[in-house]
Ligand binder design. Structure first.
Ligand SMILES: NC(=O)c1ccc[n+]([C@@H]2O[C@H](COP(=O)([O-])OP(=O)(O)OC[C@H]3O[C@@H](n4cnc5c(N)ncnc54)[C@H](OP(=O)(O)O)[C@@H]3O)[C@@H](O)[C@H]2O)c1
Length: 280
């Protein structure tokens, strides 16, 4: 079983929420952690807190959607630690709004962050892992990658795409000793909702005939948030994947996520559609 101690792990989106909790957990386990996100002040503060010596921690500020930032991230990791054992593809955000109204540029932007940049960074680390004889890639998906909801279909479709991508990648990289898993969080208390609302503020403000449904959507989401887990619930699953010789294709958590996914498997689509329907 791979030991966390000494593993060089890149965690994207580590300035908040699940990524930050993952960086904390991996650092506690003795990994050499490289963290990235756009907010440099947060990365620097986390690095100072977790490893004041700077020997085992590397903050590299950058935008995941920038080709040059992705290159700098990989170059800086190899310059400091000389290898890459694992990549946790966590950076992501949501777009709210009906498909009819969300401008295509916003849809592209969401796919650019959640899918295309994730693929591009993964492409960048694979050659190093292959040369080393193995590695591990953990993608952070979502229950939304199995259950799409009205007014959230843009974001949910990025996570559906990630399901397929992860499965294909797992098969492609298996011969090279690179393990690939998808971790699917349910509701987790993070900055996610604030970020989604900020990214979609204009759409929400100009929702036209869909406006009455936002209230119901918001109320439904708020109710479900009562079940919300903590970021470390997901960090624990990432650690599990990283420390397994043969990680599961999927890790789901916390408990309510398992229930939703079981219901999705069990119930006809028509019933699931009724459960997540718009309420005015
Ligand atoms: N919270 C939930 O309920 C939930 C449920 C299912 C799945 N997820 C997934 O979990 C992952 C983490 O989300 P979270 O809940 O922890 O949200 P969060 O608290 O908003 O954190 C998102 C992280 O992604 C980073 N990020 C966003 N856009 C970026 C970009 N262009 N370049 C670099 N970094 C970027 C943010 O950093 P900067 O803003 O500093 O760049 C931040 O560190 C996401 O993939 C999300 O889809 C979350």
């Amino acid at each position: 079983m791979p030991n966390l101690a000494g593993q060089v792990v890149i965690v994207t989106g580590a300035s908040a929420g699940i990524g930050e909790a993952t960086a904390r957990r991996l650092a506690r386990g003795g990994a050499k952690v490289v963290i990235t996100a756009r907010r440099q002040d947060r990365l620097d503060a986390l690095a100072r807190e977790l490893d004041p010596s700077g020997a085992n921690f590397l903050p590299v500020a950058g935008d995941i959607t920038s080709e040059s930032d992705r290159r700098s991230l990989v170059d800086a990791t190899l310059a400091k630690f000389g290898r890459i054992d694992a990549l946790v593809n966590n950076a992501g955000y949501g777009t709210r709004g009906p498909v009819e109204i969300v401008p295509v540029e916003l849809i592209r932007k969401n796919y650019e962050t959640n899918i295309f940049s994730l693929i591009a960074l993964t492409q960048r680390v694979i050659p190093t892992m292959r040369t080393q004889g193995g590695g591990c890639i953990v993608n952070i998906g979502s229950v939304a990658g199995r259950i799409a909801r009205p007014l959230s279909s843009i974001y949910d479709s990025t996570k559906h795409a990630l399901e397929a991508l992860t499965d294909g990648l797992r098969g492609e990289l298996k011969p090279f000793g690179i393990r690939v898993s998808l971790v699917r969080p349910g509701f987790i208390v993070t900055e996610f909702i604030d970020a989604a609302n900020a990214a979609s503020a204009d759409v929400i403000a100009n929702a036209g005939p869909y406006a009455p449904y936002y209230k119901g959507y918001h109320e439904g989401t708020t109710k479900l948030r009562a079940f919300a887990g903590q970021p470390d619930d997901i960090a624990r699953l990432v650690e599990k994947a990283l420390t397994s010789d043969d990680p599961a294709p999927r890790y789901n958590g916390p408990f309510h996520a398992k229930i939703f996914l079981f219901a999705r498997w069990l119930l006809p689509r028509r019933v699931i559609g009724w459960m997540v329907r718009l309420k005015g």
